[in-house]
Design a binder for this molecule. Structure first.
Ligand SMILES: [Zn+2]
Ligand SMILES: [Zn+2]
Length: 312
């Protein structure tokens, strides 16, 4: 069972995450460069890509992987002036914002080449690659060639191409299709290719009811989407990225921090629901859980999560 935590480099301030993970029997550390606006992902990862950091994780037998919104990294925005057709079309005009036109063969070749290069630099110990698009709802193409494809179809088409590129440099490599925001839907026109796994990130879900609670109209929809996704993606490789410990989400992505209102009982029910479907890879964001957070609120929430996931 993969039992994870996803944090950003700043969450290591006065918090020794590798040591805490080992103490709580969690085995997979996800490194995230941050959400929201586009940024230089490699610069933001900083020391979490360094040899010292990685060798410490290896010596502690902790797995590590990188979960990243790599938009500029996969398609350099400098190409826009010469090749606007590489970029998304929104309301009839090409624009630099968003991802790329998935129907443009040259753009997709750039994406593949950049994915291969990035895969070599990151070299996650899990051989799982998370190359996400822009962290915004309206980020996919609506040109004549793409218009029939939903954001989820476009995201999956991209993941399929990324998986081919990843395997050129890591034959064991697996690539995530991220179900999140506009791609939080079952693709209808595209099927998962070889080496593509489901990553389910229900950011809009309700945390006052369990994920499979039929009395919650919000989670009912989220759960149905998960069941639909598992009809086309293998459950054996499916991965859940939760927000139980995501202090940043529950603090509206700004400090001062608020304690997530997630109870032990909700986490217990959620974990049982995911596990009951056969999902064996579960992680949670814990962004803003740094030393200052632990001094203010203690580690009860983290301990609850660790105890419950280890009880499965
Ligand atoms: Zn297009
Ligand atoms: Zn609810």
């Amino acid at each position: 069972m993969r039992k994870g935590i996803v944090v950003t480099p700043s969450d290591f301030k006065d918090a020794n995450w590798p040591e805490m993970m080992r103490r709580f029997s969690l085995n997979t550390l996800g490194l995230h460069s941050g959400g929201g606006a586009r940024h230089d992902v490699i610069a933001a990862l900083g020391s979490t890509m360094s040899e010292t950091f990685i060798s410490d994780l290896k010596s502690m037998q902790l797995d590590y992987e990188y979960e990243l919104h790599v938009v500029d990294e996969l398609l350099d925005r400098k190409l826009f002036s010469e090749h606007p057709d590489y970029f998304i079309c929104r309301e009839g005009a090409r624009c630099e914002a968003g991802n790329w036109c998935v129907s443009n063969a040259d753009a997709m070749k750039h994406i593949g080449d950049n994915v291969a290069e990035l895969a070599v630099r990151l070299a996650p110990s899990t051989h799982r690659y998370f190359f996400w698009g822009e962290d915004a709802a309206a980020s996919w193409c609506h040109c004549d060639a793409c218009a029939a494809l939903t954001p989820a179809d476009q995201g999956l088409l991209c993941a399929n191409r990324q998986a081919e590129a990843v395997r050129r440099v890591d034959p064991q490599g697996q690539t995530a299709f991220l179900a999140y925001l506009s791609t939080f839907a079952v693709p209808s026109e595209v099927k998962p290719g070889k080496g593509v796994f489901l990553e389910y990130a229900p950011i809009q879900r309700c945390y006052f009811h369990a994920i499979d609670d039929p009395r919650c109209s919000i989670n009912r929809q989220c759960w149905q989407t998960l069941l639909g996704l598992l009809e086309i993606f293998p459950v054996e490789t499916a991965h859940v990225l939760e927000y139980w410990l995501d202090v940043s989400r529950f603090s509206s992505w700004s400090k001062p921090v608020r304690l997530p209102p997630v109870t032990r009982e909700i986490m217990r029910c959620d974990l049982a629901a995911y596990h009951g479907l056969g999902i064996r890879s579960i992680t949670t964001f814990a962004v803003y859980m740094d030393g200052a957070f632990f001094s203010q609120y203690g580690d009860r929430l983290l301990l609850d999560y660790a105890e419950l996931i280890n009880d499965l």
